[in-house]
Design a protein around this ligand. Structure first.
Ligand SMILES: [Zn+2]
Ligand SMILES: [Zn+2]
Length: 457
């Protein structure tokens, strides 16, 4: 078996792994690298242009895993795109939205090679998309004279607990097997139960390492962190100000809305409208419709029925009185021209408002700049907004949808593979996981392939 890392960056970057087994080729994920503009953020497809790719399997519908799927299918015209059923319901929305975002960035930031694909291309390729039930074992190899006499390799999808539709992918061919975690969460969230990787075996384990450099504080529980968030929302709404939770539209939004809905049902929060963005509304609608097709801790909780969701329109935002209003709105990184960016320009300078972070913000984004800013000191928020002085209340809550590092190490030890490949993390995160694994399994072969590197495993 051979595995090639097609991530163009040595950081989290864009997920894309070529797996070759018995003369067959499959691409695992086709992401784009967040924060790297234009074609430079694409996986290294041109390096493998001669490969006869038979399938592309997508672990889940976040940009860093699926954002370049149309480009991959352009490179590999014989491939079909395999994913879970819930991802099948999400993928076209996600790709059309990234066309919109790229078109906007072309105009606003002058990125001349955007968009990397067009709406028409997403529509034209959609007949190649196929959704599968969790656990289904699907053959994907195209049998030809070259490979005749052998059977097709298979892929199966295993609930990864990260976001609606997310899966770990198991590739098997004759005596060989590889398991790719995708993004994985080993603890329950409000809606999504933890990953179900029970009984998985693999010779090669390809693992994400997002939280490899994040320490887990002693006594930390997600429940306590969620209580703290609900209390902060309640306190923030009780005063003269409003509360902003800047958030990603797919996954985080629905998990936080579910927690808010439960707090309103139990009386911890007063019932009141929740302002969301247009894209957040679309994904929330799909969550409500598709929840029965995926593992779900609260199958009876319909977010649209449980909450008074109001879509905030950009043109009405300026007149809006913010007092007592609750915004759960994109973008999580507060990129320019998004609702959370515009609201922050109004809210950050005033003491009465609260801004509550529930996810990661890259340091070089407006959200990263705000989080690093000391109270009362001027800081540069973004090129368009310039300098701000933060007086508002600000707090962060660790409600990650990724496994913590100890859980990742325990999982790898439990699988006891021949080889572990570490990816989808910053270098120091991968190094921490590698050091732990070396101590626990001294004979294990542990690899960290560089961008473009092929491993024989
Ligand atoms: Zn993800
Ligand atoms: Zn990811």
């Amino acid at each position: 078996m051979r595995v090639t890392n097609l991530n163009p960056a040595d950081t989290i970057g864009a997920s894309a792994w070529l797996v070759e087994t018995g003369g067959h080729n499959i691409l695992l994920d086709a992401g784009t690298a967040p924060g790297i503009e234009g074609g430079k953020g694409l996986p290294l497809y041109s390096q493998v242009a001669d490969v006869d790719m038979e399938a592309v399997a997508i672990s889940h519908c976040h940009q860093d895993h699926c954002g370049s799927l149309p480009v991959a299918l352009r490179h590999f015209p014989r491939a079909r795109a395999l994913m879970t059923e819930p991802s099948y319901f999400l993928i076209e929305r996600v790709l059309h939205n990234s066309v919109n975002v790229m078109k906007r960035q072309r105009v606003e930031q002058g990125v001349s090679d955007y968009p990397l694909y067009h709406h028409g291309e997403v529509d034209e390729l959609s007949y190649l998309f196929q959704g599968f039930k969790y656990g289904k074992v699907e053959p994907w190899g195209v049998l030809s004279p070259k490979t005749s006499g052998s059977s097709s390799p298979t892929v199966s999808f295993h609930h990864a607990g990260h976001v609606l539709g997310s899966a770990g992918l198991r590739i098997a061919h004759e005596k060989e097997s590889l398991f790719y975690t995708g993004d994985v969460c080993f603890h329950d969230q409000t809606l999504s139960p933890k990953a179900d990787f029970e009984g998985i075996s693999a010779d090669v384990l390809l693992m994400e390492t997002t939280r490899g450099s994040t320490e887990t504080p002693p006594g930390f529980t997600r429940e306590a962190e969620l209580r703290r968030l609900i209390c902060s929302i309640r306190d923030g709404l009780a005063g003269e100000g409003g509360v902003l939770v800047p958030i990603f539209a797919l996954g985080r939004t629905q998990e936080i809305l579910a927690a808010i809905a439960l707090a309103m049902q139990s009386g911890e929060l007063n019932r009141q409208p929740v302002y969301i963005g247009g894209l957040g509304r679309v994904f929330t609608e799909i969550y409500d419709l598709v929840s029965a097709r995926a593992p779900n801790l609260r199958p009876d909780l319909n977010l649209h029925e449980a909450l008074d969701l109001q879509v905030l329109e950009a043109r009405k935002m300026e007149q809006l009185n913010l007092k007592g209003k609750l915004f759960v709105i994109t973008a999580g990184m507060m990129s320019e021209h998004t609702m959370s960016h515009e609201l922050t320009v109004r809210m950050a300078p005033e003491e009465c408002h609260s801004i509550l972070f529930v996810g990661y913000s890259a340091p070089d984004t407006p959200a990263g700049a705000l989080r690093a800013a000391a109270q009362g000191a001027p800081f540069t928020f973004s090129p368009s907004a310039g300098q701000l002085v933060r007086h508002c209340h600000m707090d962060s809550f660790d409600l990650s949808a990724h496994a913590n590092r100890e859980e990742l190490v325990d999982f790898a030890v439990g699988i006891d593979p021949r080889t572990v490949i570490l990816g989808h993390g910053e270098p120091e995160a991968r190094d921490w996981i590698e050091a732990e694994l070396r101590e626990r399994l001294p004979r294990l072969n542990i690899l960290q392939p560089a961008p473009g590197e092929t491993l024989k495993v």
